[in-house]
Design a protein around this ligand. Structure first.
Ligand SMILES: Cc1cc2nc3c(=O)[nH]c(=O)nc-3n(C[C@H](O)[C@H](O)[C@H](O)COP(=O)(O)OP(=O)(O)OC[C@H]3O[C@@H](n4cnc5c(N)ncnc54)[C@H](O)[C@@H]3O)c2cc1C
Length: 261
């Protein structure tokens, strides 16, 4: 197999998601971060495919410089290489320029059989990126795949559907998104982590490396603008404690349900 490129997003832990109401952006400065959970399932899929079919697993991420240390965790899981796409002009992007930047980098890496991604990110959670990347690269796409195998020059992907699963066959190269919890992602290896932190040099590409004009990336290249953010306080739940023995509780409960129809 040739290169397996895994699109990997670094996201704030769910309990740390804070929106800056002034800039209408995620405030990442105070957040603890991690590799997006379903992207770990995509990395695990890539590593298993490499074990069976050879090839090289390359992690690809667009984001600020601090993503580097988290990508090294992916290197410690067993990836062969990681590339960070980082440039001030990439900031504030909606999905369109994000997909454009990732697809341009994928073309620059070249020699790929498979582009993997998670089914969605846990912060913006739009689930649009894999489909958009496939469109930019003019490749077939199979989304929400729970397991993947190589069969000659084709891939066989299993997708969960209501009441069972379907098996989809697609020619390589293809873009595949991996379903959440599709597998048990392996832990980073301690020795590889030490090597990644001290010796491994990550590749960083900016807009010049990708030959992308500033007008088509980041905020300038976005078609959508966040106009407002509203904090919604969840309504207070009304609690009623019903006391008594089981007979009294049951008849009170029935009475309450009748009242509320
Ligand atoms: C109107 C609008 C404005 C936005 N403005 C900002 C902003 O100012 N600042 C900001 O930080 N975000 C902003 N975002 C969010 C940003 O656009 C998304 O984070 C990004 O486009 C990816 O979308 P998503 O997270 O929904 O990915 P999804 O489509 O849910 O992700 C699916 C998969 O694609 C891959 N993927 C997604 N993003 C990346 C990435 N960056 N690198 C590598 N792989 C990736 C991962 O494998 C992921 O599992 C904005 C979004 C919108 C809609």
């Amino acid at each position: 197999m040739k290169n397996i490129i895994v699109c990997t997003k670094i996201v704030p832990k769910s309990e740390n998601i804070i929106f800056d109401t002034a800039t209408k952006r995620l405030d990442r400065s105070k957040a603890e971060n991690q590799i997006n959970e379903t992207d770990k399932n995509a990395i695990e899929t890539a590593l298993r495919l490499r074990e069976e079919n050879g090839g090289k697993v390359i992690l690809l991420s667009m984001g600020p410089p601090f993503f580097e240390s988290y990508l090294k965790l992916g290197m410690a899981m067993g990836a062969d290489d990681a590339i960070l796409l980082s440039d001030r002009s990439f900031g504030g992007a909606d999905t369109f320029p994000t997909a454009l930047v990732l697809a341009t980098a994928i073309k620059k890496i070249g020699d790929y059989d498979l582009i993997l991604a998670g089914e969605e990110s846990s912060d913006a959670g739009l689930g649009q990126l894999p489909g958009q990347i496939a469109e930019f690269l003019d490749l077939p796409q199979v989304l929400f795949v729970s397991s993947l195998e190589v069969a000659g020059d084709k891939l066989m992907g299993k997708r969960t559907i209501r009441g069972g699963h379907e098996t989809v066959e697609v020619e390589m190269p293809a873009v595949i998104s991996i379903e959440m919890h599709a597998n048990q992602a392996r832990f980073p290896d301690f020795r590889r982590k030490r090597w990644a932190d001290s010796d491994y040099k990550l590749t960083i590409w900016g807009s010049k490396d990708l030959e992308l004009a500033e007008e088509v990336t980041g905020l300038k290249g976005s078609f959508t603008i966040v106009r407002g953010l509203v904090d919604i306080t969840p309504p207070k739940r009304k609690k009623i404690f019903i006391r008594g023995d089981s007979k009294e509780i049951t008849s009170k409960l029935v009475e309450l349900m009748r009242e509320r129809k």
